[in-house]
Ligand binder design. Structure first.
Ligand code: IDP
Ligand code: MG
Length: 148
């Protein structure tokens, strides 16, 4: 089953939006297989966003992302990567559709409250980066009511 790395950024944590975001993934039918609150180091965060290191907003992004705890999670389910991205909404909140997390809950790109893996390959890398201790395997009693 596919897994994706979803992270509630420091602004989402500070604004008390952990419950709201977790609720959407749970209600959808995805299974939570790892979760922790952690304050990432600069090096850890730079590695996470290594593909963006040439961008002019990189320094500001790292400062923002290391300004407080993030809620790191792994969600599992059919199509979790693509559907997770749809649930987050477009990177730019001004372009995120209503009904998406960013579309409903934030205004600026530099405070867009959540991260989601953009491919299965990045998901695997990000899960290994944030959860070197491994994830929690468990069987959900609702599986047969979510999947046919
Ligand atoms: P994503 O989070 O939707 O995958 P990316 O392009 O991977 O978007 O960018 C990572 C993060 O960098 C964004 O979520 C946002 O917080 C920040 N970011 C992206 N573009 C800009 C920008 O133009 N200005 C400031 N921050 C940006
Ligand atoms: Mg990205």
């Amino acid at each position: 089953m596919e897994r994706t790395y979803i992270m509630i950024k420091p602004d989402g944590v500070q604004r008390g939006l952990i419950g709201e975001i977790v609720k959407r993934f749970e209600s959808k039918g995805f299974k939570l297989v790892a979760m922790k609150l952690t304050k990432p180091s600069k090096e850890h965060m730079e590695e996470h966003y290594v593909d963006l290191k040439e961008k002019k907003f990189f320094a500001g992004l790292i400062e923002y992302m290391t300004s407080g705890p993030v809620c790191a999670m792994v969600w599992e389910g059919k199509g979790a990567v693509v559907t997770g991205r749809k649930m987050l909404g477009a990177t730019m909140p001004s372009e995120s559709d209503p009904g998406t997390i960013r579309g409903d809950l934030c205004i600026e790109v530099g405070r867009n409250i959540c991260h989601g893996s953009d491919s299965v390959d990045s998901a695997n890398k990000e899960i290994a980066h944030w959860f070197p201790e491994g994830i929690c395997e468990w069987e959900s009693c609702s599986k047969a009511w979510i999947y046919e």
